[in-house]
Design a protein around this ligand. Structure first.
Ligand code: GUN
Length: 283
């Protein structure tokens, strides 16, 4: 693999192997980490994600249960299930796969999850704590990015980080986490005028917008570290990121590939958060 590429698969493998030992240790102490996943409907992408999450749990010894509901299931049924899982001491993590069907209020569902079991880090309590710099569950993709930067030996303090995209799941939290690590952070989004004016200033460029190969060589600074969160299909159906990797490669110092970059880290951090939740119960 090109030495400029940050190998998410390899980092994920290393982290999962470390976690496997932590799970063995927890089990020895009488705690079996256990994740409950709620899936509503038949969205093929969601079903694949959930299957991958189950498989990853199994690989490192975390128990997982998937509660799969039909598309027309009412909100109350899901809320009741969450209540039951909240009060079940054997369950450490609860994840409701998004998106939910339109008749279900996702905000209400997320708020119903016990923040101590919110391994996605989407509950307002966890978001608030994170902003205050208190210990909280951090959403899996941004957490995975931070771990990747650390593993790649990228220093963050004093760097100018430019985040393109302002979603609640990736853009907003990754900017906050980089700020907490003393980066100077600039957020860009769909209404930003002259995007390039900002991206060329980035020492660390995070792109999470879902637009195939949006970022070209002219948009990056020489020597930049680029994290590509995109997972798109191009006009030929080929998997690609938000960055034109081949074009920018000669210019950057490090870059995450797609696939095999940020993707494998997301589920790995879900495992990490579930273990953390199980450890908290044990304390
Ligand atoms: N759908 C797409 N990404 C995610 C995620 O990280 N968590 C959940 N719960 N649903 C998702």
């Amino acid at each position: 693999m090109n030495t400029k590429l940050i190998d998410g698969k390899e980092i994920a493998k290393k982290k999962r192997s470390e976690m496997k030992s932590r799970v063995v240790e927890l089990k020895r102490l009488g705690v079996q980490p256990h994740l409950a996943v709620i899936l509503v409907g038949e969205d093929p992408a969601s079903k694949t994600y959930v299957k991958n999450k189950e498989k990853a749990c199994q690989e490192i010894g975390i128990l997982s249960n998937v509660f799969h509901y039909e598309t027309d299931t009412d909100e109350r049924t899901i809320l009741q299930k969450i209540e039951q899982l909240n009060s079940d001491p054997a369950i450490h993590g609860i994840l409701v796969q998004l998106p939910l069907p339109e008749h279900i209020d996702a905000k209400k569902i997320i708020r119903a999850i016990d923040p101590k079991k919110d391994v996605d880090g989407f509950h307002p309590i966890n978001i608030g704590k994170r902003i205050l710099g208190e210990k909280s569950f951090i959403p899996c993709t941004p957490l995975g990015i931070i771990v990747m930067l650390e593993e790649a030996g990228v220093s963050i303090s004093g760097k100018h980080a430019v985040v393109v995209g302002r979603s609640n799941i990736v853009g907003k939290p990754i900017g906050q986490l980089l700020l907490d690590k003393d980066a100077t952070v600039t957020y860009c989004h769909s209404k930003t005028k002259n995007l390039k004016e900002y991206t060329v200033q980035a020492d660390i460029l995070i792109v999470a917008v879902g637009k195939s190969r949006l970022i070209k060589a002219d948009d990056v600074k020489e020597g930049a570290v680029v994290i590509d969160v995109g997972m798109n299909r191009d006009e030929n159906g080929k998997l690609c990121g938000d960055v034109d990797t081949l074009e920018v490669l000669p210019k950057v110092s490090r870059i995450t590939p797609v696939p095999g970059g940020v993707g494998p880290m997301t589920i790995t951090m879900l495992l990490a958060n579930t273990i953390e939740a199980a450890k908290t119960v044990h304390k």
